[in-house]
Ligand binder design. Sequence first.
Ligand SMILES: *Cc1c(COP(=O)(O)O)cnc(C)c1O
Length: 382
Amino acid sequence: MNFIPYGKQTIEQSDIDSVVEVLKSDFLTTGPKVKEFENALSSYCGAKYVIAVSNGTAALHLASLVLLNEGDKVLTTPNSFLATANSILYVGAKPVFVDIKEDGNIDLDVCEEMLKKDSTIKAIYAVAFSGNMINQSKLKYLKETYGVTILEDCAHAIGAKEGEIKAGSCTNSDISIFSFHPVKHLTTAEGGAITTNSKKLYEKLLSLRTHGMVKTSSMKPWEYEMHQLGFNYRITDLQCALGISQLSKLDSFIHRRFEIAKKYDEAFLKESAKRKENSIIKPLYIFDGTSSYHLYVVLVDFTKLNISKEELFLKMKEKNVGLQLHYIPINKQPYYRQLGYESENTPVMNRYYEECFSLPIYPLLSNEEQEYVINTLFEVLK
Ligand SMILES: *Cc1c(COP(=O)(O)O)cnc(C)c1O
């Protein structure tokens, strides 16, 4: 068996052709493909405005610049990639880490308790962890009741939906962001996007993407004005051509991820039925159509086994299966500890971190490979 990573991109000849076509054209960057990609994303996820940028972290940085002021308190999750909380620090605001629920997403009930006690909390940065939608009715309620600003980090969640509400539609949030890193659902190599329904935010974001510059039709032909301190967070036409091609296949990618997720669910439930007790491997959640399954996360109580998580990772790697762990709690990172974080009251996150790991899931994972992963896992854990 060849090495099976936890995630991998799907690049086909049509993707390659679309990039080569741009290479032969007049514009390698800031040409027609950027707007075309943004329009395609807008119609896919249903948000009015989309700004494509150089990566998901740049998307978070620009979002934080338009949503937050220095010193603002922002409730966020310890269960994410570093960039979510880092973007709050970039603008001099203050992340406040809130515990997660059993499904890995931020606990919005705890957020509400905190909002009740502290009216100076400015925003909630929630992550649709592993592709699982953030509870939309609760978001709506928090926004309406407490006037809190909401960002949805949908880096894992493009293609996910709760009822009619799609990830990135900003139905109940001010801004959402996507990442198009190769390990995510669709890739532009590096790339990201910001979505919003606010024209005012959109215009600010557009200018921040390119150095804070504005150019209007009433200006002289050579004129541009800088109104704010912006960046070069542009994405290229090469990348956007790849993105357009990938987006046209996204639904089939997700369909395949669903098949893989259901097959894992079934294997672990069957195993627990056979043993007439709780399975040694529990899916973080069972398939119900609201997750787009960027990750397939399982929980194992290692205190009941003769093998540690570290041994499991090493043994699986020896057998050519790549496991991953999502995530080390952000508030326990050395940099955050040095800022005074670490001792937040996050019992669910702490236990989750002990038990969780992620199994291979990506469209090109074959049935045979998946069966090999499942069998090897059972063999090593027993
Ligand atoms: C990948 C990811 C990001 C950052 O995206 P990049 O494109 O790698 O900068 C942000 N948040 C989450 C939850 C991610 O998984």
